[in-house]
Design a protein around this ligand. Structure first.
Ligand code: NAI
Length: 720
């Protein structure tokens, strides 16, 4: 393979190293590249004749994306010593970079992240290009790691306590911000980088400033005990609140900084190594890395297998139904610059829809994530009417009217009269068959499900549901469009509940069964949140609405009668008018201070009527009762080829219901526990019937010792 690093000598005695990993979109620091870098550094160690070294990327607008995550992910499958060796390798190399016998300057154009940032931190200076693409950061905690190649020590020595926020949040900073906090020397136009680099080398050479600077930066930072206590105490509070003890990496990063920054650099590096060894190669980190790759895969997936199929251009979109969902969907299009026609039978709903769309953007203006121009732009792209003739130039109409099959079919018939030939119709239905409704659409081939999640502005997932007759071009078009409005589409074949609600249903249903067995609401919710769910299933009922949950449950119970277990509890509460948060009372009361849910004796009494026995299962048992039926449904979805890949199921759950990313999804959870162990745990619930009966694919994996996801090749592991 061609070399990734080239070295040339410029006039005036400057060296210029250029990193350009062949056949790759971005530069990553894998074993091979680090090997090449080590070779170059070895050659340069004796070149004290050089005036200075400039280091840049050969990919315009792309500096270094970080370490090779494939290699880091594979560390979960190798012995701890190998993982530690991988870390030591980087430390050693960057240590040598920091000691080269001439000033070194990094010229950063584009994203400089993770290991890339640690490399440039080991150089004497950094200059960034003034480009929107340029951002510098240490996002390691987002994949369950800490900056382990000197980042936790060198960054604070450069930017002081700003490092705490940068490292624990993992958020990168812009070129301008980097210049303001002293992370880079300056931000300059990209075409000036080399000249500025030479100028900075000369500055550093003046009075041997580079040598003094190196000496200073190898010393303790010298913070007072008060400063340390205050800054780290506050940061730890924020981190604990955010991670609820389920993500150890930000705390490990804080420990590395706190233990290391008041020591000489060499000692600080040891403190970092100790903290990094705690998190590297752990299942949590491997899972978070896998989520990164699953996301990547989805962002590249065209949604269809035939590479010849291309999405059609969508210039103008219509949305019918300006309720909770329709208004949100229309705003999502307009915010991405797509003109939208929004139609509803009710004038007030239209006005209300526009108001809610504006409020979302206004909220973002307040936190600096949008500008008043964005708001004006969005509103200029939204037209409303009670008349469907507004759709006459739309390439696509998304239907989001009330969940009623007859009303929807009638709407499709009317759409056929106003839509231009060849346009696509998509439905946002949660429960009605896309294949069946296709028969009433202007064209069944160009009819598809486009299922958004509530609230639309915050939920990234869109299920793209393929009916029996939906054609490839329509699927590819909706997938491309969903990405354009910054959503994550997952293609699902039509079935009751589609992907997310189908897999969620058994979990919700068994939560109700547990109530009927006398288990308390709090015990059920606690087991789920300890497992990592953002809220427990009882709270989730109150949030989605008991009537909605009841209705969806009925549809799924009718579709899968062999594994549904009826309970009158939900109906009892719905009949009592307790619909959840929206009516102030559901399983709990929501009328107290700040709407914080409180136990409600009235609900408890209604439930008590249907408690058949009193059992006190352990927390582990409750977890199994909730998540094993969910897992079984996930395996059925795969067996029936409702989705094309296990990662579709896992990402659907992570994005759709907040399944804990640190577990990597329900199928990956099964891989980690082992299919055989899961089958054994299921056998304890055999008397509960089909709901807990292992599926064929699970039994096969249990027998063969196989997994849903292949084990990474051990040779891939870093340091191997
Ligand atoms: P909603 O009740 O808030 O809004 C429905 C809107 O449709 C109302 O503004 C109503 O005036 C209008 N409408 C009714 N018939 C119409 C017709 N013939 N022509 C034009 N407008 C008409 O309902 P929501 O919650 O927005 O749900 C809409 C669709 O989205 C449903 O199919 C629902 O299943 C689905 N959905 C709902 C989710 C939720 O969390 N609420 C989540 C995902 C999908």
């Amino acid at each position: 393979m061609a070399n990734a690093i080239t070295f040339e000598e410029l006039e005036g005695g400057f060296g210029l190293a250029t990193l350009n990993v062949p056949d790759a979109k971005v530069n990553t620091l894998g074993r091979r590249i680090l090997g090449e870098l080590a070779e170059l550094v070895g050659r340069l160690e004796s070149r004290s004749d050089l005036r200075g070294l400039l280091f840049r990327s050969g990919k315009p607008g792309q500096f270094i994306a970080g370490a090779d995550l494939k290699e880091l992910g594979a560390l979960a499958f190798v012995p701890k010593e190998q993982a530690a060796k991988g870390l030591a390798l980087g430390h050693e190399l960057f240590g040598k970079v920091s000691k080269l016998p001439f000033p070194t300057v990094a010229l950063i154009d584009g994203a400089c992240l993770g290991g890339g940032t640690e490399l440039v931190l080991s150089m004497d200076e950094r200059i960034a290009s003034k480009s929107h693409e340029t951002k510098i950061g240490l996002p390691e905690v987002k994949v369950g790691l800490i900056p382990g190649w000197g980042g936790t020590q060198r960054l604070p020595r450069l930017v002081g306590l700003h490092a705490i926020e940068m490292i624990t949040s993992g958020e990168p900073v812009s070129a301008e911000r980097a210049a303001a906090i002293g992370l880079v020397f300056d931000a300059v136009p990209v075409e000036n980088l080399i000249d500025e680099g030479k100028r900075v080398v000369e500055l550093l050479r003046h009075n041997d400033m580079w040598k003094q600077q190196r000496e200073r930066r190898s010393q303790p930072l010298g913070l007072s005990t008060d400063q340390l206590m205050f800054a780290f105490g506050a940061a730890e509070g924020v981190v604990r609140e955010k991670t609820k003890g389920q993500y150890p990496a930000p705390l490990a990063a804080l420990a590395a900084m706190r233990n290391g920054i008041n020591l000489p650099l060499a000692e600080g590096i040891k403190a970092e190594q100790a903290a990094a060894n705690e998190v590297v190669g752990t299942p949590i980190s491997a899972n978070l890395i896998s989520v990164f790759f699953m996301n990547n895969r989805l962002s590249r997936d065209p949604g269809v297998d035939n590479p010849e199929v291309k999405p059609r251009p969508i210039r103008r979109v219509g949305v019918i139904g300006a309720g909770l969902m329709g208004a949100g969907v229309a705003a999502a299009f307009a915010r991405s610059g797509i003109p939208v026609a929004l139609v509803d039978v009710d004038e007030n709903r239209l006005a209300d829809g526009l108001r809610r769309a504006s409020e979302v953007v206004a909220g973002r203006i307040k936190i600096g994530r949008a500008t008043p121009e964005d708001l004006a732009h969005m509103l200029a792209l939204m037209n409303t009417s009670t008349n469907m003739s507004l759709f006459s130039e739309c390439d696509l109409v998304v239907e989001a009217i009330t969940e009623n099959e007859k009303a929807k079919s009638e709407t499709f018939r009317k759409l056929a009269e106003v839509l231009p030939e060849g346009s696509i119709v998509a439905s946002n239905t949660s429960t009605i068959s896309i294949s069946r409704m296709g028969n009433f659409a202007p064209s069944a081939e160009r009819f598809v499900g486009m299922h958004f999640f509530n609230p639309v502005d915050r939920m990234a997932l869109v299920e793209v549901i393929r009916g029996e007759r939906t054609d490839d071009e329509t699927v590819a078009t909706i997938v491309a469009l969903a990405k354009k409005i910054k959503k994550t589409p997952i293609v699902v074949r039509d079935c009751p509940g589609f992907l997310v609600n189908r897999v969620l249903f058994p979990y919700m249903n068994d939560a109700l069964q547990l109530l009927g067995e006398g288990v308390s609401m709090d015990a059920i919710d606690r087991a789920a949140t300890k497992f990592g769910m953002p809220m427990g299933p009882i709270t989730l009922h109150d949030v989605v609405g008991l009537d909605t949950a009841f209705f969806a449950g009925k549809v799924l119970a009718a579709a899968f009668p062999d594994r549904s277990a009826e309970t009158p509890i939900l109906q009892e509460l719905v009949l009592a008018g307790r619909l959840g948060q929206k009516t102030g009372a559901g399983f709990r009361k929501h009328s107290g201070k700040k709407g914080k849910p409180e136990a409600d004796p009235e609900a408890e009494a209604l439930i008590a009527k249907h408690v058949k026995k009193r059992s006190e299962p352990s927390e582990a048992e409750i977890v199994d009762r909730l998540f094993l039926p969910m897992l079984l449904e996930a395996t059925r979805v795969l067996e029936e080829k409702i989705v094309r890949d296990p990662a579709d199921v896992d990402m659907g759950l992570i994005l759709g219901i907040g399944f804990p990313p640190f577990r990597g999804g329900i199928l990956r959870y099964c891989d980690q526990e082992g299919a055989a162990a899961i089958v054994e745990r299921l056998s304890r619930f055999a008397d509960l019937g089909k709901r807990y009966e292992p599926t064929e694919s699970l039994k096969a994996l249990a027998k063969s010792g196989g997994r849903f996801y292949p084990t990474p090749k051990l040779g891939d592991a870093f340091g191997g």
